[in-house]
Design a protein around this ligand. Structure first.
Ligand SMILES: Cc1cc2nc3c(=O)[nH]c(=O)nc-3n(C[C@H](O)[C@H](O)[C@H](O)COP(=O)(O)O)c2cc1C
Length: 154
């Protein structure tokens, strides 16, 4: 997949909550059909995918006040090979949490600062059971980002 118009949604999930949010982001992005979208478990994402994407969306549950271990592993595996290519790369974070989510968000933001990526939308932190409202917010986020790629903003 080339870099032209490529939206990469990286996620991890155990009980499916984060997957629902990530899938909603993907659904919204697909409303802009000319933009390529890829939604993958963090464990399956490699450096090339991160290097080539136009926009990165990181969707993580909060586990023990931190991002999911698989998301941390994704960052650990890709940093050395991508850090020259991620300067200014647009990113957005989506968190699924039981009752907090700030630890997961803070830990991701600290790492993407190391990659020198650029936040282009405020994060979504959803707490508790997944609601229609949360899914709608994620669809809107996906559509907005895909439209931004299509318009050449990202
Ligand atoms: C091992 C474990 C640790 C968790 N730690 C936290 C936590 O520190 N803060 C929080 O708000 N929720 C915590 N939760 C709740 C999850 O963040 C929440 O259920 C989330 O929606 C799970 O997403 P998933 O279904 O994609 O795995 C934890 C859940 C598990 C399984």
């Amino acid at each position: 997949m080339g870099s032209e118009g490529y939206l990469l949604i990286v996620y991890h999930t155990q009980s499916g909550n984060t997957e629902q949010l990530a899938a909603a982001v993907e659904e919204g992005a697909r409303w802009v059909p000319q933009v390529k979208v890829s939604r993958l478990l963090a464990a399956r994402v490699d450096s090339r995918m991160l290097r080539e994407c136009s926009v990165l969306i990181v969707c993580s549950p909060e586990y023990f006040g931190y991002m999911a271990g698989a998301v941390k592993d994704f960052f650990d595996r890709t940093y050395e090979q991508t850090r020259e290519f991620t300067i200014g790369k647009p990113y957005v974070v989506v968190i699924s949490a039981g009752n907090d989510g700030t630890g997961a968000l803070t830990s991701i933001e600290r790492i993407v600062a190391g990659y020198r990526m650029r936040k282009v939308q405020e994060p979504i932190i959803h707490r508790g059971k997944i609601t229609q409202d949360a899914l709608a917010r994620c669809r809107e986020l996906g559509q907005t980002l895909a439209a931004g790629i299509d318009l050449g903003i990202y």
